[in-house]
Ligand binder design. Structure first.
Ligand SMILES: C[S@@+](CC[C@H](N)C(=O)[O-])C[C@H]1O[C@@H](n2cnc3c(N)ncnc32)[C@H](O)[C@@H]1O
Length: 202
C-alpha cells in the first residue's frame, strides 16, 4: 500500500499537535474513546501514537469508511478497533460505554438537527463523568470570533444552508438538556476552540 495515496486533510496536519497537547492535559491517559466523524483517521493515528493508553474507536458515516480503515491498518502504531459506521441520527449507536468522546470539525458540517441528535444520544454511551471533546470554530451569541470564521460560515451556508458554524452558547444549552455540562472552553490556534463537556453523574 502506497500511503501517499490515502486521502489526507491538510487541516489535520496543522491542528493535530495543538489538539494533542489539550488531550494529554484533559483526557485520562487510559481511556476508551469514541470518535464521531473520524474522516481520514489522521487524528486517531496521531493521538494514539502519542497516547498509547487510548483505546480509540473511529466512526463515520458510510461512504469513506474504507479509506479510513486503510489508514488505520497502515499507519496506526498498534491495531485499533475496526472503524464502525455511525451516523449520529441513527437509532443504534455502538453498544459500548466510553470514558470519553471526541469529534473535530463536524458540528458545522452537520445540520443543527444532527448536532442535536449527537448531543442527545451521546450521553447514553458515556460513562458517568465521561468527557466529550468538541473541536472546531464556534460563534458566541451570534458573533463570530474572527472575520475568517465569518467568511467560512458564509461559504458553508452558500454551499448548503443546513451547514454553518454553531454557536457555543446554543451548544451549551442543548447539551445541558441531555445532561452534558460544559466544563471548559479552550482557545486553539486559527480561531478554533475545544469545548469539553462532562456527563453529569446521575
Ligand atoms: C470536515 S469533516 C472532519 C473530519 C475529521 N474529524 C477532521 O477533523 O478532519 C466532517 C466529518 O463529519 C462527518 N459527518 C457529517 N455528518 C455526520 C453525521 N450525521 N453523523 C456522523 N458523522 C457525520 C463527515 O462524514 C465527515 O467525516
Amino acid at each position: 500500500m502506497d500511503i501517499t495515496q490515502l486521502r489526507s486533510s491538510p487541516s489535520c496536519e496543522r491542528n493535530q499537535e495543538p489538539i494533542r497537547q489539550v488531550l494529554e492535559q484533559e483526557m485520562p491517559a487510559q481511556a476508551k474513546v469514541l470518535e464521531i466523524g473520524s474522516g481520514t483517521g489522521q487524528h486517531a493515528v496521531y493521538f494514539t501514537r502519542a497516547m498509547p493508553g487510548l483505546d480509540w474507536h473511529c466512526t463515520d458515516r458510510g461512504p469513506d469508511l474504507d479509506d479510513l480503515q486503510l489508514r488505520l491498518d497502515h499507519c496506526a502504531d498498534k491495531p485499533l478497533p475496526k472503524a464502525q459506521v455511525l451516523d449520529v441520527t441513527q437509532a443504534q449507536w455502538p453498544d459500548l460505554q466510553f470514558d470519553a468522546a471526541y469529534s473535530a470539525n463536524t458540528a458545522h458540517i452537520m445540520s443543527w438537527s444532527m448536532v442535536c441528535a449527537m448531543l442527545q444520544r451521546l450521553p447514553e454511551r458515556l460513562k458517568p463523568d465521561g468527557l466529550f471533546f468538541l473541536y472546531g470554530p464556534f460563534s458566541y451569541d451570534g458573533a463570530h470570533t474572527a472575520e475568517s470564521n465569518q467568511a467560512f460560515d458564509q461559504r458553508l451556508r452558500a454551499e448548503n444552508p443546513a451547514m454553518g458554524i454553531r454557536d457555543a452558547l446554543e451548544l451549551e444549552r442543548q447539551a445541558s438538556i441531555s445532561g452534558l455540562h460544559l466544563m471548559r472552553d479552550i482557545e486553539m490556534p486559527a480561531n478554533n476552540r475545544i469545548l469539553i463537556f462532562k456527563r453529569e453523574s446521575l
